[in-house]
Design a protein. Structure first.
Length: 249
């Protein structure tokens, strides 16, 4: 969760990006040392990109590292994961996407049995490795920044199977752009899972509504349900950006 000063920095960068440390310090009426400390913390969270002598907002194609995103909005992601896990029945065959919220879902499912899980995400497979679940890891080319499998081998493997439900992770969803993500390679894998799944459930924390990234994942109508957070949104309301079924947790 961003501090008040971090929110001010984001607000300034939203008006002009990049800004130097000196410019931010003058605008915030704090020391340059304080600004540098804030920028370091914000970079770890994936909120900004450090530039020489300053910072900027991430571009559409910029993907924060998995471990940066993992700590961001963790309580929101855990609430989504807990609800999603409660809806999965024994005997189902599901697919879990790469992503920090799907990793939280894997932690919930690790307590269960009688479920078959397919995934292209090494983190998810690692979490489930000691569980009582039947876990299939999709092979392919390792995308090292996300520790996930991509490429033609992964796509061809996915298309051989059928899934009851695919739990989709996305970078953002907006009325204009639809569901989007950072990576072309990851999006190809998402589309393969979507093609072979009876249902698609997107796990989208409330901060992602109104956001858009590099590439459109699918038509919004292909998503059967979005699970997100209730409460004070402090930004775009989900129903302004997704017209289908929304479950608030």
């Amino acid at each position: 969760m961003a501090t008040e000063r971090e929110k001010e920095i984001l607000n300034f960068l939203g008006k002009k990006s990049p800004l130097t440390v000196e410019e931010l310090a003058a605008s915030l009426h704090v020391s340059e040392v304080t600004v540098r400390r804030d920028l370091t913390a914000m970079e770890r969270q994936g909120l900004i990109v450090r530039k020489r002598g300053g910072a900027s907002l991430p571009e559409l194609g910029f993907e924060p590292m998995f471990n940066q995103r993992q700590k961001k909005n963790i309580e929101l992601k855990q609430a989504i994961a807990k609800y999603a896990a409660s809806m999965i029945q024994e005997g189902e065959v599901i697919a879990l996407d790469v992503g920090t919220t799907t990793a939280e879902l894997a932690r919930e499912l690790a307590k269960r049995s009688g479920i078959t899980v397919f995934t292209s995400c090494i983190q998810v497979a690692s979490i489930l490795a000691k569980s009582n679940l039947q876990v299939y890891m999709i092979g392919g080319l390792i995308r090292k920044s996300e520790m996930s499998m991509v490429g033609s081998i992964a796509q061809e493997t996915i298309l051989k199977f059928n899934f009851d439900r695919f739990y989709l992770g996305i970078a953002g969803i907006s009325q204009d752009a639809g569901p989007t993500d950072y990576s072309i390679e990851e999006t190809e894998i998402k589309r393969a899972f979507i093609q072979r799944s009876k249902e698609v459930v997107a796990l989208v924390d409330r901060t992602k509504f109104g956001e858009s990234s590099l590439i459109k994942v699918c038509e919004a109508e292909r998503i059967d349900e979005v699970i997100t957070n209730g409460g004070d949104f402090g930004g775009p309301h989900p129903e302004a950006h997704f017209r289908g079924k929304i479950t608030y947790v």
